[in-house]
Design a protein around this ligand. Structure first.
Ligand code: G6P
Length: 368
C-alpha cells in the first residue's frame, strides 16, 4: 500500500507524531488490562526465569533501545544484561550466557551484522529472542521466539517511532522478566502496567512542546558541535539524541555519560557550546545538575529536558527548559525520546537538509 505524508512536510515528522498510536499498538498485545499483568509469551518468559545473564545485540538506534533496557533488566529483574553492537559482537567469539537468552533488536529484521550475530548465538545453542518490527523478516524467521513491535512501516531513514516501540516492548519484557524471577510484587506490576497504559496519552502531551522546540532548534543551526549528557537510564537517550542530530542535521554531536564529563569532554566546553541534558528527576538528578553548573560556568548554553520535579529543582540553572510529562523509571526514558527527535528534526529543517533521506545513510544495512 502507498504510504503518504498527508499533512506533514516529512515522513520523519509524521512518524514522530504517530507515536501515541505506535506505542499503544506495541504495548497492548502484552497487557491483560483486566488483571493489570503482562505476558510476553512462554518461550521468552522461560528464557528469563532461570537466566544467569542475558545479552542484547543490535545496530544504530536499535542498539540504544537495547542499551536502555540494560538499566531496566538489571534494576527491576536483577539480571546481568550485556549489550553490544552487532558488528563487534559477531567477530570476537563472545562468551554466551549459560542459561539466558540473546536478544536481537531490529526495526527491519534484515541488518546483516545483527543477523550474523543471531546465527552465531543459535549455533551455540543460545535461545534467540527477536524484537523486530517486520514479522516476515530474516531475523524474525530465524529467532527462537519473536516479540514483535507494532510501529508500522517506518519510511524516514532516521528511526523514530520504531525506537519508542522497541523501548516499549523492552520495558514490558523487563517487567515480565522481573516477575518471572520473583522480583516484582503484584501491586508493583499493576502500577507499572497503569503507567505503560497511560504512556500514549503522555506522548501526546510531550508532542505539545513542538513549537517551543522549533524555536530552540533555531539557536542550534550555527553550532559546529553539540554535547548530549545523561546519567543512568538517560545515558542511552543522550547517545540517541546525539545520533539523531548527526543523522539529520549533519552537525557533529556527541553523547556522553554525565559522570564522564570531567574525563574529557569538559575540555571542549567553550562559550555558547550547546549542551543538551536529559535529566528527569531521579536518584541521580542532583549529580547531573552539578554537571550542568560545571558546563554553564564555562559558558555553555544548557537545554534541559526534565519533568516538573526536575525543572523546579533546576531553578534558573538552564538556558532553555523542555518539559516532560510525569512518568516512572520505565516511561520517562521513552518520553525523553520525543523532544530529542523533535529537536533533531527542527534543526535539520532549519538547515534545509534532506530530512527523510540523509546523505550516505540507508534505511536498512543489509551488506557489511
Ligand atoms: C540503519 C538505519 C538506522 C537503524 C539501523 C539498524 O543504520 O539508518 O535508523 O537504527 O540501521 O537498523 P535495524 O533495522 O536493524 O533496526
Amino acid at each position: 500500500a502507498l504510504i503518504e505524508r498527508g499533512e506533514y512536510d516529512h515522513f520523519m515528522l509524521k512518524e514522530i507524531h504517530e507515536q501515541p498510536e505506535s506505542i499503544a499498538r506495541s504495548i497492548m498485545p502484552y497487557v491483560d488490562q483486566v488483571a493489570g499483568t503482562l505476558d510476553i509469551g512462554t518461550v521468552a518468559t522461560a528464557s528469563f526465569t532461570a537466566a544467569d545473564r542475558a545479552v542484547a545485540i543490535a545496530c544504530g538506534t536499535a542498539y540504544y533501545a537495547a542499551f536502555t533496557a540494560k538499566y531496566w533488566f538489571e534494576q527491576a529483574a536483577r539480571l546481568s544484561f550485556e549489550t553490544d553492537i552487532a558488528s563487534e559482537f559477531r567477530y570476537r567469539q563472545p562468551v554466551l550466557p549459560q542459561s539466558g537468552p540473546a536478544l536481537f533488536v531490529s526495526q527491519s529484521g534484515e541488518t546483516a551484522d545483527t543477523l550474523a550475530a543471531l546465527r552465531y548465538c543459535r549455533q551455540n545453542g543460545t535461545t534467540a529472542v527477536a524484537i523486530v518490527n517486520v514479522p516476515e523478516s530474516s531475523i524474525a524467521r530465524e529467532a527462537g521466539a519473536v516479540v514483535p513491535t507494532h510501529a508500522g512501516p517506518e519510511i524516514g531513514v532516521a528511526s523514530t517511532k520504531a525506537f519508542t516501540a522497541q523501548l516499549s516492548v523492552l520495558a514490558v519484557m523487563a517487567l515480565a522478566a522481573a516477575r518471572a524471577r520473583g522480583h516484582l510484587l503484584p501491586g508493583d506490576e499493576v502500577k507499572a502496567v497503569k503507567n505503560l497504559l497511560a504512556l500514549p496519552r503522555k506522548v501526546t502531551e510531550a508532542l505539545e512542546s513542538q513549537e517551543q522546540i522549533a524555536e530552540i532548534a533555531k539557536t542550534l543551526t550555527q553550532a559546529n558541535d553539540v554535547l548530549f549528557l545523561g546519567r543512568g537510564r538517560y545515558y542511552p537517550l543522550a547517545l540517541e539524541g546525539a545520533l539523531k542530530l548527526k543523522e539529520v542535521s549533519y552537525i557533529h554531536a556527541e553523547g556522553y555519560a554525565a559522570g564522564e564529563l570531567k574525563h574529557g569532554p569538559i575540555a571542549l566546553i567553550e562559550k555558547d557550546l550547546p549542551v543538551v541534558v536529559v535529566a528527569p528527576k531521579d536518584e541521580l538528578f542532583e549529580k547531573t545538575i552539578s554537571n550542568v553548573e560545571e558546563v554553564r560556568a564555562r559558558g555553555a548554553k544548557v537545554i534541559l529536558i526534565s519533568d516538573d520535579a526536575g525543572i523546579a529543582m533546576a531553578g534558573n540553572r538552564a538556558d532553555h527548559v523542555i518539559r516532560l510529562p510525569d512518568g516512572d523509571n520505565f516511561t520517562l526514558p521513552i518520553l525523553a525520546a520525543i523532544p530529542l527527535q523533535l529537536l533533531a528534526y527542527h534543526v535539520a529543517v532549519a538547515k534545509g537538509t534532506d530530512v527523510d533521506q540523509p546523505r550516505n545513510l540507508a534505511k536498512s544495512v543489509t551488506v557489511e
